[in-house]
Design a protein around this ligand. Structure first.
Ligand code: TSB
Ligand code: ZN
Length: 647
């Protein structure tokens, strides 16, 4: 006999070896139809799991849909695999898990599955849904598994792995399709009515680039049509603010096969935005006592051996270049060059903090699958600085950097997701240099500084730089990636490695400490962030074109149009004239599509009254100003980094 306790405390007794279906049946026949899965002692299981001992159970229905999202999507992967098998009988299957917002399945169909086939597969899925097929599972032996999947090479690989781990091998059958799987699933394919296949991407079997590249089909499944439609709208909005799409539409940047993956080409519009960002941060840093320098993008391999990059950061570097018996590396970071700048002359304690800054070019060999538009590239320019400070200056200087970071975040209107204190994992001896005492004191100082600054932060293990702990300022991208924008890092190692000193008040040599910091990140990542944040409608100071003048008649209004152009152009305002032989309505529309902040239309009235009629971006109404008033207004907006972004 087995005693079952329900969530409301009621109890029931059954014969041995019953399943969720039997329990539902004992309550009411209508409940059988509603039950999707079962919770046994708090763990979600298949509805037809055999219960062998006393337990607490909870029969899960659509009311519990939040709990069931994962198993719904995992079941969706199976149903999709069955559909694919019917349409592509030769396809071989790898793995098909649920993910945050849906599911995928990695399939080897010799690249036969095309984007347009997704509709066919969806139709087949709907047939499977209509057939209301049950999910059935059982445990089999290693030998049985080898026989059953003898024609499925990827499954055989998985079976070997499961067997080595000494785990049970379980299989699930739906219709004519049997899959190797740990579960859990919904009871029946009829639950998968609201499903959508999204796209196909390349993926290696088990994510290992030594394996064959397979096709990964992504999809998402929901319990109601309303939820599915809502989710599709969210995805559509995300796609529309994806910086790669906007960057293409607004001609900001591009990549070509010929130049190489992850190596961005900044088109004139994007280059203008970048130049404004560079000017903004460089001028601000100079005002705050930074020394801006220029140093080369490569150095000798030896320089990077001394710094420790060669030992701890080699995997992220391009391969060395050999020339005339010397070996060079493309630098992945600017720190060693800045250390050499510090060393150029002896420093006295009075000269510290000594702040070396650069818009520094660097190269990192990011995995090809990780490259994402401008967000993650292989050639980049970092708003970098290395602050050489006395130990008694660490906290103050760190706080000043936080202050600068806050200032930049305000001007750039950044939506910061969270602050992260990134610590080393003491067990990861390969990644971090080995000096417990140094790490402990660096981490402690940083924690104290953050607490004193009143910053709300989370702590994360194994996210530190190889040379020290850091404060990372994280944002969430349109695609939902969690990425680091600003970073402020504490380093006791580099001064030692490069034998950096300053002469103290006592006349003796002392070791400085280094703060590495990147405030507005790389120009690449910051531009990607701003594109997504503003959805391409940049504030005036950043806009590639600030004013577009459209003469109603390119001949009659030519002189006045030119006069306005010259006036703005001479004040470094980025202005264009659209005197193409096109309808005025079309030109205004195109200026809106290009998201130009101000469009001036010049007609007879404007010429006669020496005025400008202006249509701000995104507005239907125009405003008429005297030339002088408009000029003042835009100069003010540029100078104050004005933005009317609605958050
Ligand atoms: C701050 N040596 C320090 C520097 O002094 C350093 O390089 N730190 S870093 O490794 O964290 O990189 C600084 C910033 O560059 C990161 O915070 C991130 O915003 C940006 N970044 C890193 N890798 C990439 C990449 N592949 N593409 C674009 N931006 C990147
Ligand atoms: Zn650095």
């Amino acid at each position: 006999m087995i005693n079952i306790t329900f969530p409301d405390g009621k109890k029931a007794t059954f014969e041995k070896n019953i399943t969720g279906v039997d329990i539902a049946k004992s309550i009411s026949t209508s409940l059988i139809k509603k039950c999707i899965a079962i919770e046994i002692d708090g763990e979600i299981k298949d509805l037809n799991t055999v219960i062998k001992q006393d337990c607490k159970i909870n029969l899960l229905t659509i009311q519990d849909k939040n709990k069931l999202f994962e198993i719904l999507n995992h079941s969706a992967a199976h149903v999709m695999a069955l559909a694919v098998k019917r349409l592509f009988p030769d396809a071989k299957f790898s793995v098909g898990p649920s993910i945050d917002e849906g599911f995928y399945y990695d399939i080897d169909a010799d690249n036969e599955i095309k984007e347009e086939d997704l509709i066919k597969i969806e139709k087949e899925i709907q047939r499977i849904v209509a057939n209301a097929l049950e999910f059935n599972h059982k445990t089999i032996t290693y030998q049985e598994a080898l026989e059953l999947f003898n024609d499925e090479p990827y499954k055989l690989d998985l079976i070997e792995k499961i067997n080595t781990r000494g785990e049970d091998i379980t299989i699930y059958t739906i219709g004519e399709f049997t899959d190797l799987c740990r579960g859990v699933h919904v009871d029946n394919s009829k639950r998968l009515k609201f499903i959508k296949l999204l796209n196909i991407a390349g993926a290696y079997h088990l994510g290992d680039s030594n394996n064959k590249m397979l096709q990964r089909i992504y999809g998402t499944a929901w319990f109601t049509d309303e939820e599915l439609q809502n989710h599709l709208t969210i995805l559509e909005n995300r796609r529309n603010s994806d910086h790669r799409k906007i960057g293409k539409d607004l001609e900001l940047f591009t990549f070509t096969k010929e130049t190489g993956a992850g190596l961005p080409l900044w088109l004139p519009n994007g280059a203008t935005i970048r130049y404004q960002l560079e000017k903004f941060i460089k001028d601000e840093e100079i005002r705050r006592g930074y020394h801006h320098v220029y140093t080369p993008v490569l150095g000798t391999k030896q320089l990077y051996e001394t710094s420790g990059h060669w030992d701890h950061y080699q995997d992220d570097m391009f391969k060395p270049i050999e020339m005339d018996n010397e070996t060079f590396v493309l630098r992945p970071m600017c720190c060693p060059h800045h250390a050499m700048i510090y060393k150029h002359t002896p420093k006295s304690y009075k000269e510290l903090p000594y702040r070396v800054a650069e818009l520094g070019g660097m190269h990192r060999y990011e995995a090809s699958g990780a490259l994402t538009g401008l967000e993650r590239v292989r050639n980049m320019c970092l708003n970098d600085a290395h602050l050489f400070v006395r130990p008694d200056q660490i906290k103050d200087e760190f706080k000043k950097v936080i202050e600068l970071s806050n200032y930049a975040a305000t001007i750039l209107e950044l939506d910061i997701n969270y602050y992260r204190l990134s610590l080393r994992d003491p067990n990861n001896t390969e990644k971090y240099f080995n000096d417990d005492e140094m790490w402990n004191s660096a981490e402690q100082i940083l924690r104290e500084t953050l607490n004193e600054s009143g910053i709300d932060f989370i702590e994360a293990l194994d996210e530190a730089a190889f040379y020290g702990p850091k404060l990372d300022i994280q944002i969430k991208t349109a695609l939902g990636h969690d990425v680091t924008l600003s970073t402020i890092q504490l380093d006791f190692l580099m001064p030692q490695r490069f034998d950096l000193n300053y002469i103290g008040q006592d006349g003796h040599n002392h070791r400085p400490v280094v703060i590495h910091r990147g405030i507005i990140s790389t120009m690449e990542r910051m531009t990607a962030t701003l594109i997504e944040q503003y959805k391409g409608a940049f504030p005036l100071w950043l806009s590639p074109t600030q004013i577009n003048i459209i003469p109603v008649s390119p001949t009659i209004h030519k002189e006045y149009t030119q006069k306005l152009f010259d006036l703005f152009n001479q004040q470094d305002i980025r202005v264009t004239i659209d005197d193409r032989d096109e309808k005025i309505g079309k030109k205004i529309r195109e200026a809106q599509i290009a998201k130009i902040p101000y469009t001036i239309v010049v007609g007879d009235d404007e010429v006669q009254n020496e005025q400008v009629t202006v249509r701000p971006y995104g507005e239907n109404d125009t405003i008429t100003y005297s030339i002088e008033d408009f000029n003042k207004k835009i100069l003010h907006e540029i100078k104050t980094y004005y933005s009317n972004r609605k958050k």
